[in-house]
Design a protein around this ligand. Structure first.
Ligand code: ATP
Ligand code: MG
Length: 211
């Protein structure tokens, strides 16, 4: 089994997430992509956040047509803030023997040095870094990690044998932030999210006041 682990706030999920996930599945020939909505995200406390059940329902609705896509409640069911390291350990145990890829966008990867116990991530899973507009100039690893990696054309190999691979996906400059802003301003979100997600979001206000 080759599986992708795609964590995010998904506040809400949008076509940028979905298309990137589809292309990562193809590029890495994954058999499965697990979408993992975060509980209280450590970097986003205080931001306008829809209820976990709403974010979960939107992910479920968005992925239902794709046989490779799955939803995991592991972070929503865990008490306290969601740390990726805990989630990765969960899947390493659940999918023992599988090739696991932790999926992050460039913007998220650029901050990985601030994540809880981030050094341990690299020895537990492969990491796929998806391109994301507007794009960053270089793919820089946290400087304290330098001796533990070999540079390759496509990314890096960690001393554990795991890869950090940079994958270009079709640039879709869509963000949940822009979708929340559009909703607040009464503008259309059609063609930014799947129709089933638009229906859930347009029924009532899920995001509360602005940041
Ligand atoms: P927000 O604007 O609230 O931060 P977001 O659109 O960035 O929302 P997240 O839930 O933060 O969505 O993203 C989850 C993961 O998906 C992150 O690793 C992020 O980099 C990646 N991602 C989000 N949107 C895109 C996109 N349009 N293209 C590629 N990757 C994306
Ligand atoms: Mg984000």
């Amino acid at each position: 089994l080759r599986a992708g682990l795609f964590g995010g706030t998904f506040n809400p999920i949008h076509l940028g997430h979905l298309r990137a996930a589809e292309e990562i599945c193809e590029a890495l020939t994954l058999d499965r992509m697990v979408f993992i909505p975060a509980n209280i995200p450590p970097h986003k406390e205080g931001h306008e956040l829809a209820a976990p059940t709403v974010r979960e329902r939107c992910v479920a609705a968005a992925i239902s047509e794709n046989p490779l896509f799955e939803l995991s409640r592991v972070e929503l069911d865990r008490e306290g803030p969601s740390y990726s390291i805990d989630t990765i350990k969960h899947f390493v145990a659940e999918y023992s023997g599988a090739e696991l890829w932790f999926i992050v966008g460039e913007d998220a990867f650029a901050e990985i040095g601030s994540w809880y116990q981030f050094k341990e991530l690299f020895s537990l899973v492969n990491i796929a870094v998806m391109s994301r507009p507007p794009g960053i100039k270089a793919h820089i690893l946290p400087s304290i990690m330098e001796e533990e990696f070999f540079a390759e054309e496509w990314g890096y190999i960690h001393s554990s044998g795991n890869a950090v691979r940079f994958v270009s996906v079709t640039p879709l400059d869509i963000s949940s932030t822009a979708i929340r802003e559009a909703i607040r301003a009464g503008r259309s979100i059609r063609y930014l999210v799947p129709e089933t997600v638009r229906e859930i979001l347009e029924k009532e206000d899920h995001f509360g006041p602005g940041e």
